[in-house]
Design a binder for this molecule. Sequence first.
Ligand code: ADP
Ligand code: MG
Length: 918
Amino acid sequence: MSSNSYRNGSSIGRGGGGGAMKLENHSSKYSPSSSSKSKVQPTASSSTSLRRSSTGSSRDDSTVSRRVRVAVRLRPRNAEEMVADADFADCVESQPELKRLKLRKNNWDSDTYEFDEVLTEFASQKRVYEVVAKPVVESVLEGYNGTVMAYGQTGTGKTYTLGRLGEEDAADRGIMLRAMEDILAEVSPENDLVSVSYLQLYMETVQDLLNPTNDSISIVEDPKSGDVSLPGATLVEIRDHKSFKELLQLGEAHRFAANTKLNTESSRSHAILMVHIKRSVKGRNSSLSSENGSMALMGKTLKPPVVRKSKLVIVDLAGSERIDKSGSEGHTLEEAKSINLSLSALGKCINALAENSAHVPVRDSKLTRLLRDSFGGTARTSLVITIGPSPRHRGETSSTIMFGQRAMKVENMVKIKEEFDYKSLSRRLEIQLDKLIAEHERQQKAFQDEIERMALEAQKRISEVELSYADALEKEKLRCQKDYLESVKRLEEQWKEKQEKHGHGKVKLGPSDDGIEQKSNRVPPVLFAPGEVAEIKQKLHNEILLRKAAEAEIDNLKSQLIHWKQTEAARNAELLKVRKMLEDEVCQKAKLEEEIEMLQSQLLQISFEADESRRNLDRGMGGNTPSSMESLMPEVKHQQLRDSGDGEKASVVKLFEQVGLHKILSLLESEDADVRIHAVKVVANLAAEESNQEKIVEAGGLTSLLTLLRSSNDETVHRVAAGAIANLAMNETNQELIMSQGGISLLSLTAAKAQDPQTLRMVAGAIANLCGNDKLQAKLRAEGGVRALLGMVGCRHPDVLAQVARGIANFAKCESRASSQGTKSGRSVLIEDGALPWIVQNANNEASPIRRHIELALCHLAQHEINAKEMINGGALWELVRISRDCSREDIRALALRILKSSPSFQAELKRLRVDYG
Ligand code: ADP
Ligand code: MG
């Protein structure tokens, strides 16, 4: 006795596998993890598994790789076989405890195959259900798709296994009934839905077994999910077991009728039962709630309920035996091909899947299309292959076994079918919305009612008040009437009293005439004289009138009071309004002031920048620089001229006046450097205007500017401040002030530090102005003013040189005046301080402002004989000669000539040099 090895190379011991290997004995139920158990499982553990190399690995919580489970069921010998095969042994031998099946080749040789379950001829229907279908049913109830399928030769017990109704013997019930029993026991009739369709597939036509007229149902595939559905199939909701059984019976009857009509046997068709289950999922059982984070953010009420839709497909396949191609069963060849088309396509697909082939011909047949999810799809699939024991059908049995072996290699990605039930969410939300609408309406109604109630109450109160008011009025009226009556009564009493008194008096006063006495006793006594009565009446009338007037007055006052109250309220409102307006105005004013300040500073900036740029422009034009002491002033004058046509800028100076000189000057000491610069620019602009100069000095501006020269390190500040000082230094009083406040040393220091020629120009301009003051000559020299001035010639900038020349000319003029007046003796300070060489050198400078000042200075110096010698030695004589001949200004030319002629030293020198200058 020998045994063969498995096809896939992993062999087990020969000799019938008796005790060669110890294999585990498995429980009848297989679990998802059982596929990875160490038992010898040639097909399952081989590397050919389709989707994942390791079974049981999971993609996510709801996706698990699971192999198609295959059980083999051996039918007991039937009556015929008992007789016919009596002398033969069965062609198969089952070893259920080893889960093996031996297929005898002959008396001495057999192949051994291993299955997930081996069900012997004695296996009960219950056990078969539990082993083959129950795990699938459980999966389906959890939300996975599931397939249970029977494959095998006709007569081997497929229908017995799946569709038996067990009417005579309940223990015979097949998988369909038992599955439905389990399903119905598990689902909740309120929340879940179980519905069934029952179909037959024959010659590539899908027929509805629940509605035979519906005999061409099309298969629809969802291109996205790949889900297959049969929208045309009748779907019957199942609520109890009995109705399902009836449905199966009905289906069976229709199948029989259809097959009769088509002249075929049921073994040639596939019967497909589809059980659709839709279950609602509670809370965190749902895989979607963890899958989709954003869903977790949704409010509780907004979260759509999650439903799991799953499908259990139970397929009773057509007989697997090859039908005779010759058509012995009465079929044409075409028919024969078509009959088995679906089954052979299924075989091809399973082969492709088992071999992990790239192409799986799913679309080749309707069956494979319908079962696309069952093999290589997402369903949990269990296949039972049925075989008979007869050696006469060894070939068919063998091919069935091989089909089962291959199917064991097919791996599915079991995936939970879960989705959000938006329809029911929408329903729920609609209900909620309706509730809210109703609630809203209720509240609105209640609100209106409340308002009505309040209005009524108010009305009631008003009428009550009116009533009580009328009441009070009535009472008051009554009281007044009573008072009136009382006072009338009192008056009457008084009247009577008076009358009586009067009467007595009369008696007393009357004459003692008896006759008259008698008479007076008889007739009612006339107490008052008619005049008196009239008087009293008049009084009464007056009283009444007065009372009426008082009443009218009261009414009047009352109405006035009301009027006043109203007026007062109106006035209060008015007052409030006015106050508010006032506040707004104040606010607005503050804003405007701010704005004005801002505009002012902007304007200052603009005007100063305009000055600067024009100054630069003027400088660029050269030669146009004014030669007089006014040379530092014209900018502003030009500006004003120009600005006067330009409304906006015209009143810059006025604007400063508004801002206040003191304020501007105080800004010179500001902490903020920018503010300081702006302020000094403003002051400089103001100082350019003669009319402002006095005010500036009075306000301490000059001191501030000098302080700024001392304290600031900013050259711009120096430049602008020096410019301002220069402008202020045009006035004699100011010049003295500058000197007395140490201005010269400050200006000298500024000149020493300056980098910018314009700073030097300003400083030189200031000193030049000081040089023009007769009183300051000595001090100016003593404090280094002259030296500072001469020191600046190093700069060579014509603007600077022009100012230096102007200073020298000014100084020489004053000196000359002093010498003439006899207040000065000795040589010129300029000569003493060494200015002569520069003077001579620049006497014929091409820049006319420089030239002119120096020419003047030379003339001033030459006027005094005491300077002559130095001048001759320094070469100044020749310059004088040139001036006397070439100077463009006639007066200077004449002056030079006169000096040359009148000076004995010059004359002598000229004579010595034989220059005729007679
Ligand atoms: P198939 O559907 O594969 O053509 P059936 O289910 O119609 O085969 O079975 C053929 C016959 O065999 C039936 O009479 C059935 O009662 C009988 N049969 C099948 N399997 C068994 C079994 N396990 N035990 C007893 N009888 C069986
Ligand atoms: Mg059958």
